[in-house]
Design a protein. Structure first.
Length: 290
């Protein structure tokens, strides 16, 4: 499949140690009543964890620790040092905690290295990828979720405007993170996984796979048997959004029993972001990054 044909197919279809005073200058993007910014207080992070619980546990069937299930919060040790990107609907009455409709967890390389490494390294060979790029600064995107009523194009665009403004502000060179298919049977996603394997696999200096003892094949169908339009329709919206930006995918997948998902690794060098999206996000997000 040629690059032009692939692009055509795609086209179709911190935790703060103490509360921070709200300030206008930390807004990373706006679309209508929605705005995106980093969490300012521990209570906003708690509210984001509640949103994650609703999506990952109540909707997707994840099985978390007994304490997490009791508290109805998705949390782990990474929450203490990651930055938490929020999407808020300002038309909802109440405080910021009541207005959170989506969230992303952001982890910069220097912060990760000071706190034991990246979350994704528990599934994928991240250290090998980092070692090949000692001159680059990586950031990890994780725990992405949006409440059902807000799973629209503009919410996804706003999340990406926030990610892009954050990356610009901190001088990031590349982004990566896990993206998930529902369920723990990769074979049920044979078409989509095979499409990713044959068309957007990360190669050469960007090549990365799952840890050997966790690796599951993605090459489940021959290239000639993969219908690109059908495969794109079978991709989760988040993965489809990454591909539009110019992302690549790791060579093998991982089954996450606890979260009831099949995970793939997304790799997105800033230099690879499609000019169309670079101009689209950069024109607006640049002013938010200052």
């Amino acid at each position: 499949m040629s690059v032009d044909a692939f692009n055509s197919a795609v086209a179709e279809v911190h935790r703060p140690s103490s509360p921070l005073a709200p300030k206008e200058g930390d807004i990373l993007g706006r679309i209508g009543s929605l705005e995106t910014r980093l969490a300012r207080t521990a209570s906003e992070i708690d509210a984001a964890q509640a949103v994650r619980f609703r999506v990952f546990v109540e909707e997707m069937g994840a099985q978390l620790s007994p304490e997490a299930m009791r508290r109805k919060r998705d949390f782990d040790s990474y929450d203490a040092f990651c930055d938490h990107l929020l999407v808020l609907d300002r038309s909802i009455e109440g405080d910021g905690e009541d207005q959170i409709v989506g969230t992303y967890r952001l982890l910069r390389q220097e912060v990760a290295m000071a706190n034991g490494g990246f979350y994704s390294a528990s599934e994928f060979a991240i250290d090998e990828l980092l070692a090949r790029h000692p001159d680059k600064r990586f950031m990890e995107l994780g725990r992405s979720c949006v409440l059902p009523d807000y799973r629209t194009k503009r919410t996804v665009e706003l999340l990406w405007q926030g990610n892009w403004a954050y990356a610009l502000k901190h001088g990031m060179s590349a982004m990566f993170g896990c993206a998930s298919f529902p369920g723990i049977h990769p074979e049920s996603h044979a078409l989509a996984l095979s499409f990713l394997h044959h068309n957007v696999a990360a190669k050469d200096e960007w090549a990365v796979g799952a840890l050997p003892h966790l690796a599951r094949d993605m090459d489940l169908m021959p290239a000639e048997a993969v219908n690109p339009k059908r495969a794109l329709m079978a991709l989760p919206p988040l993965i489809k959004g990454y591909l539009r930006l110019g992302a690549m995918v790791g060579s093998t997948a991982v089954v996450d029993e606890a979260f009831n998902t099949t995970d793939v690794l997304i790799v997105l060098p800033i230099a690879s972001i499609s000019d169309r999206y670079l101009n689209y996000y950069g024109a607006d997000a640049g002013r938010f990054a200052s």
